[in-house]
Write a protein of this length. Structure first.
Length: 164
């Protein structure tokens, strides 16, 4: 696991991405589960940027290019923006891996870039990593992790990259 603060060093570039993702015009789509198809205990909103070997959003280049240029990767598998709404108490997903192949985790990498400061977190290897603006967490995709909502801001936004 690697955690890097101030991942996008050009503040103007990061602010452009943040302002877009936190605007009322950016389209998020409702999902009635977060990590497991059978777990309907909470919901979230997401925007898929890239999946199945092609861009899935008109925002793909604007959002991902400043980030992908800083990751060491050979192949992008998926990129998406997650938006968790404020709850009175933290609600967390079950421990999970993002992607499965033949119902089993496969070897890949995950990068989670936090867009805004809040008291939500990602749990990884028993450690809670709070959401800090412009901080990225990188880890092996077959490692179990969990996400949580926040209770101190209206929303918690992060960008999730799965890559080889």
């Amino acid at each position: 696991m690697q955690i890097i603060d101030n991942f996008i060093q050009d503040k103007n570039i990061f602010d452009d991405i943040k302002n877009l993702l936190m605007s009322y015009t950016f389209p998020y789509y409702y999902y009635n589960q977060i990590a497991h198809e059978k777990d309907k205990s909470d919901y979230f909103f997401q925007h898929v940027l890239y999946d199945k070997d092609q861009p899935r959003s008109e925002y793909f280049y604007k959002i991902t290019m400043p980030i992908l240029g800083r990751l060491n990767f050979n192949h992008l598998v998926r990129a998406k923006v997650n938006c968790y709404t404020k709850k009175h108490t933290h609600i967390h997903t079950k421990m999970h891996t993002d992607l499965m192949m033949n119902k089993k985790p496969f070897e890949h990498r995950v990068a989670l870039l936090s867009i805004n400061n809040n008291n939500g977190y990602t749990r990884l290897k028993g450690k809670k990593i709070k959401s800090r603006e412009n901080q990225i967490i990188m880890f092996k995709g077959n490692e179990l992790h969990a996400s949580s909502t926040c209770s101190d801001q209206s929303i918690r936004i992060n960008i999730n990259f799965n890559y080889l």
